[in-house]
Design a protein around this ligand. Structure first.
Ligand code: PHE
Length: 370
């Protein structure tokens, strides 16, 4: 029994003197670990007579519990002291600016596309889309481009090799083939009575999308974005076209109003065809829309050619329409002052973070455009 008292006194002194948690752990292993001093004593209980064990058992177990409690108490005290020391030594300056976080941004072309759609949507236009890979028929033939006509080459078309059926697919050179797709749906029978697959006139659509031409300089890239507009109804005339486009341009550039002029032009799919210029001011070195006496070419447009209506199964004696094609990237460059079209598709994140838009600033008629 004296042994136990001595051992306990020794261990208590060592526990009290342990300088840190690591030293305490060494003590714990030496006393209570597998081959520790107290564990060794516990093992001797097995070889004792029941009388001896009745006396030694509670004594050794009591010793083990008291030593374990002392170790735990000292550990808690040491940890608390360590924390106090850290709190005293370390300071945290909550006024420091947080490190910058990289955020993605909306590409200007997509932002401008959304702005345009939100304006046309308010005017009652729906959005229609078509594939980037088109048939020669939709891109040219149905749009009244004569067979073998040089106008087909005018577009610097990317053609695919002809397929087994000898049909030559291409990357659409403009969004106008979606005019054909939309008008042809007028003649489709719905797949079921409750599916609205037909699109009876009046048709009022805008068609945003990628277009392709083999061309590259500061204002041309092999891939760019266009938005087509198409309105088909009874009694549609150039006046409707002019009002729609002037209203759109003024809203897009956020000016009171714009003046415009139509210059005669040729597109096979419109008659008459025009290029629309809008009034601007170039005197300050940059282009200001809505004032001044200079002109800026902005888009191609015209009245839908009767042949196109016929190709699409619409009677030109009953329905008329207008169409226009806008360069989305080009309008974005004008509005947000981006000098080179090629930069828009380089994927340079410095350019994107400079000209990009916050994902939370999506344009809509309620919150404004930009
Ligand atoms: N598709 C023509 C182009 O890309 C633009 C256009 C569209 C002209 C609709 C008239 C009508 O050049």
């Amino acid at each position: 029994m004296t042994d136990l008292t001595t051992l306990e006194a020794e261990l208590s002194a060592q526990v009290a003197a342990a300088p840190d948690v690591a030293a305490l752990e060494v003590l714990r292993v030496a006393a209570l670990g597998k081959s520790g001093s107290i564990s060794g004593l516990l093992k001797t209980l097995g070889s004792m007579s029941p009388d001896e064990r009745r006396e030694a058992g509670p004594a050794i177990n009591g010793l083990r519990d008291r030593v374990a409690a002392a170790l735990a108490e000292r550990k808690a005290a040491l940890e608390a002291a360590e924390l106090d020391a850290r709190l005293a030594a370390e300071t945290l300056d909550l006024s420091l600016p947080a490190p910058p976080r990289r955020k993605g941004s909306v590409h200007p072309t997509m932002q401008v596309q959304d702005e345009m759609i939100s304006i046309f949507a308010e005017m009652g236009f729906a959005v229609a889309e078509g594939p980037d890979i088109e048939t020669d028929f939709n891109n040219f033939t149905a749009l009244n481009f004569p067979e073998k006509h040089p106008a087909r080459e005018m577009h610097d078309t990317f053609f695919f090799n002809p397929g087994p059926d000898r049909e030559r697919k291409l990357l659409r050179t403009h969004t106008s083939p979606v005019q054909v797709r939309a008008m042809q749906r007028t003649n489709e029978k719905p797949a079921a009575p409750w599916i609205a697959t037909t699109m009876e006139p009046p048709i009022r659509i805008v068609v945003p999308g990628r277009t392709y031409r083999c061309d590259s300089d500061a204002t041309h890239t092999p891939m760019f974005h266009q938005m087509e507009g198409l309105v088909i109804d009874k009694g549609i005339h150039m006046g409707h076209l002019k009002w729609t486009l002037e209203t759109f341009i003024a809203r897009f550039f956020e000016v009171e109003g714009v003046v415009s002029r139509f210059r005669p032009h040729h597109f096979p799919f419109t008659e008459p065809s025009a290029e629309m210029d809008i009034g601007c001011d170039r005197s300050g070195g940059e282009v200001k829309i809505g004032t001044g006496s200079d002109w800026l070419e902005i888009l191609g447009c015209g009245m839908v050619h009767p042949n196109v209506l016929r190709f699409c199964g619409i009677d030109p004696d009953v329905y008329q329409g207008f169409a226009f094609g806008l360069g989305i990237d080009r309008l974005g460059m004008l509005k947000y002052g981006m000098p080179d079209l090629r930069d828009m598709f380089e994927g340079d994140t410095r350019w994107l973070s400079h000209y990009g838009f916050s994902a939370f600033a999506a344009p809509n008629p309620a919150t404004g455009l930009s």
